[in-house]
Design a protein around this ligand. Structure first.
Ligand code: G
Ligand code: G
Ligand code: MN
Ligand code: NA
Length: 254
């Protein structure tokens, strides 16, 4: 409970900030986009990871405010980078199921894009496979509206839920992000390789981009490449980075 109150204060007192982790083209090494990741610097407890405060936000009902803060922050920052002539590719934001379940979510998103002047085509929303599986028809309808605005949609942590092919093919989705648990075993366990390959082939056949997450070593990168994957993300390329580091890296590439 105490930490829940602290999170409420954190939102007001600028204790939250975002880091950005690049997604890369495995063939060229170039950055193709960024994923925004929320961070909480607690005044007494220090750094509290999102694995702790995201569930806390859901329990305390702060998830909607937190989500709105993240979206506004990303769109504001993204607009600044674009104005500075920096090619961000796209910026992906993690969206929690309760955000998408709200009637007002689409209007809120439209308002934030308008207010910040960040073009919709640069924004991507990530929704986990497991939350998509449990969602209602209204949320799916919202995804269609969001995509009609020009925002792209990715399914996060893919391979850990239970989505069927028939379900997937009717979703307005642009991208699958293969859960990092499969990459851990990709060098030694042929079953992990089989899963990565199967998701890659299926996703590509359905017209989705496919990203492999959690690549930590060059060997893993090679393994994933040999399975056909072209896009990756992970500590091997870059950890989640502060705004200044992203700007200087993008500036050097420009
Ligand atoms: O960055 P890290 O590995 O610590 O993230 C842990 C988890 O928190 C991941 O599942 C990630 O998707 C989630 N997360 C990070 N930032 C956000 C955010 O802004 N909103 C939501 N809903 N989840 C986030
Ligand atoms: O659930 P989601 O995929 O949004 O979570 C992303 C989380 O994964 C972030 O917390 C990020 O810090 C973490 N992450 C990104 N790359 C790697 C990696 O190569 N290894 C590990 N262990 N975690 C990673
Ligand atoms: Mn994610
Ligand atoms: Na993920």
């Amino acid at each position: 409970v105490r930490l829940g109150n602290d999170l409420r204060d954190a939102l007001k007192q600028n204790q939250l900030f975002l880091q950005y982790q690049p997604l890369v083209d495995l063939h060229t090494g170039e950055w193709i986009g960024l994923e925004a990741l929320a961070r909480w610097q607690h005044p007494l407890e220090g750094n509290i990871p999102p694995g702790v405060f995201a569930p806390l936000a859901e329990r305390t009902g702060l998830v909607v405010q937190l989500g709105e803060w993240v979206l506004r922050q990303v769109c504001t920052q993204g607009r600044l980078w674009l104005e500075a002539g920096l090619d961000v590719g796209f910026i992906a934001v993690n969206i929690a199921a309760p955000q998408l379940s709200r009637t007002g979510f689409v209007a809120q998103l439209r308002q934030i894009l308008k207010e910040t002047g960040f073009p919709a085509r640069y924004l991507e929303l990530e929704i986990t496979e497991s939350s998509l599986m449990n969602t209602d028809q209204e949320s799916i309808d919202r995804l269609h509206e969001i995509r009609d605005m020009g925002v792209s949609l990715a399914i996060d942590d893919f391979g850990t839920g239970y989505s069927s092919l028939s379900y997937l093919k009717n979703l307005p989705i642009d991208k699958l992000k293969i859960d990092q648990s499969f990459v851990e075993g990709a060098l030694t366990d042929h079953r992990d390789q089989a899963v990565i390959r199967a998701i890659f082939d299926m996703g590509t056949s359905l017209g989705f981009d496919v990203v492999t997450e959690g690549i930590e070593t060059e060997e893993q990168e090679q393994a994933v490449l040999s399975l056909g994957c072209r896009m990756g993300q992970g500590f091997f390329f870059a950890r989640p980075l502060d705004v200044e580091t992203v700007a200087s890296a993008l500036g050097k590439a420009a």
